[in-house]
Design a protein around this ligand. Structure first.
Ligand SMILES: Cc1cc2nc3c(=O)[nH]c(=O)nc-3n(C[C@H](O)[C@H](O)[C@H](O)COP(=O)(O)OP(=O)(O)OC[C@H]3O[C@@H](n4cnc5c(N)ncnc54)[C@H](O)[C@@H]3O)c2cc1C
Length: 469
């Protein structure tokens, strides 16, 4: 374990000379504001205070902060929007929080190469607005639009449309990186193809701020779909709903996203939104997003979806049909995390399994939940196999669920791994899920990851205590 040093007055002075006095924060309230993220753990919101927060203006300031911290052996935790769900941005070992919020320029939208070049602190929603204004599209929709693009890259964020578009990594063409040693490097670029040495872009994307700080990202863009439609199909069982997924793909229903949920999740949404959802009396649902070239196309595709689902026991379909109804349906799904959070959520897991094994996995989760006497809500991305699992403590006293939770979590992760799955599909491991890495990744592979970490960060100053110890 590295023996980190405390932040001293001379260290603070040096930080001020890099970023300017007003961008070096040490007040008590500021430390509290930068001490947590959206992760939730059994003991309540996860918190650990930094000793100082620095808000650099550009890549060279980031590199200088890292060089300073490396010399002084002070840990540095990069922070984007703080919306992460695994404790990745929580300064577990104190030291410096490096907030990228001032680096929020969209440097370029290159309409001829279909590329945007952005600083890491750009909000996902601002990027989407800027490219849409040019008739282009950055088609990823991780559910939280106040996340930063840098945070999305660092966590390889996914979301509802990953079925068609993949996760963030698939849209990153190049990065500018500040290394923990204080060097600045560039990887990739406005290049569609690159077969030139190791893929450092792909390695850093998804590394949760443990290898390098993203100071600029070159992102691929596309053209937006001409028409979009959303539908909800009810089923009597989740097995029926999941069984329809491969056939929907085989029958060329042009799906951008396909979500599954059960009645209990629908009820939480209703309570949160204060309105009833369509088809509410059924047990399980598929919520689909269709993209197509014309209104007729998307309606024909919705009909095809209905026919396919009918062969799996469904007898109905709700097609949104108007922009307002579509927005309401998709917003309802996007609100689910907030609905769950208000209703006794005690943990978050985002296991990913091969899509065909979702129903089998959830069957195992329900058995684990029953055996331990701890309810687990399951919903997620049917199209890409990413299942969100929330152990729920409502109606129980804290001691009761605290005792049951560790066994439930460990067994759920083991069940996922036994079906060819892994620990996290999109949230990352951060500090909260790192203990489960060993359940899905063999020791020699973890050792290789540790050697890679050391190659990037020989002194271990960057985001210590994340991904692994
Ligand atoms: C309501 C809600 C819905 C969500 N829905 C989704 C979803 O659908 N799909 C999904 O994938 N996630 C989802 N998330 C999780 C979260 O939004 C994503 O993980 C997001 O990518 C985090 O971005 P951030 O800027 O908030 O990062 P932070 O939380 O600030 O940081 C996350 C990690 O990235 C690192 N980091 C941040 N910026 C940089 C940088 N510039 N360089 C290097 N490392 C950096 C941090 O050190 C940390 O390890 C959701 C969260 C909420 C609250």
């Amino acid at each position: 374990m590295v023996e980190y040093r405390r932040v001293t007055d001379s260290f603070l002075n040096a930080l001020e000379s890099i970023a300017g006095k007003s961008h070096v924060l040490t007040a008590r309230d500021d430390m509290a504001a930068y001490s947590g993220d959206e992760a939730c753990r059994a003991a309540g919101p996860l918190r650990s205070e930094p000793e100082v927060v620095v808000r650099p203006a550009d890549a060279s300031e980031v590199a200088r902060v890292l060089a300073l911290a490396s010399d002084a052996l002070v840990p540095v935790t990069p922070r984007g929007g703080g919306t992460g769900l695994s404790g990745g941005a929580v300064p577990a070992r104190g030291g410096v929080v490096l907030s990228l919020d001032r680096m929020a320029r969209i440097k370029e939208v290159d309409e001829r190469n279909f590329v945007a070049v952005v600083e890491p602190g750009v909000l996902l929603k601002d990027l989407q607005q800027a490219v849409e204004a040019r008739g282009l599209c950055y088609p990823l929709y991780p559910g939280e639009k106040t996340a930063h693009v840098g945070g999305n890259v660092a966590t390889n964020a996914g979301g509802m449309r990953a079925m068609k578009y993949g996760a963030t990594k698939a849209w990153v063409l190049g990065l500018e990186l500040a290394l923990p040693t204080g060097d600045l490097i560039r990887t990739g670029g406005k290049l569609v193809k690159c077969s030139t040495g190791y893929n450092i872009t792909g390695l850093v994307a998804g590394s949760e701020g443990t290898l390098a700080v993203v100071t600029e990202a070159t992102l691929r863009l596309t053209t937006p779909p001409l028409y979009e439609e959303a539908f909800l199909v009810p089923f009597s069982t989740l097995e029926q709903a999941i069984g329809a997924v491969p056939d929907l793909i085989k029958e060329r229903v042009p799906l951008a996203g396909l979500e599954f949920l059960e009645k209990d999740a629908l009820r939480l949404m209703e309570a949160h939104l204060g309105r009833e959802m369509p088809m509410r009396q059924h047990e399980a649902f598929l919520l689909g997003i269709i993209e197509g070239g014309s209104q007729d196309d998307v309606l024909a595709a919705a009909n095809r979806a209905s026919e396919v689902c009918a062969t799996h026991g469904s007898s109905d379909i709700y097609v949104a049909g108007s922009a307002k109804a579509r927005r309401e349906l998709l917003e309802a799904r996007a609100s689910l995390f907030h609905a769950v959070k208000r209703s006794g959520l005690i943990e978050i897991a985002d296991v990913v399994v091969p899509p065909s094994r979702i129903a089998e996995f959830i069957g195992k989760v329900k058995e684990i939940s029953r055996r331990h006497g701890l309810p687990v809500l399951a919903y997620g991305h049917a199209g890409d196999g990413n299942v969100h699992l929330h152990p729920m403590g409502q109606g129980m006293d804290e001691g009761e669920w605290e005792q049951r939770l560790p066994g439930v979590m460990e067994e759920m992760y083991r069940a996922g791994a036994s079906l060819g799955g892994t620990v996290s599909g999109e949230h990352g491991l951060g500090s909260e899920k790192k203990k489960y890495l060993r359940l899905a990744v063999p020791p020699e592979q973890i050792e290789l990851m540790k050697r890679i970490k050391t190659a990037f960060d020989p002194k271990g100053i960057l985001n210590p205590g994340k991904v692994f110890d």
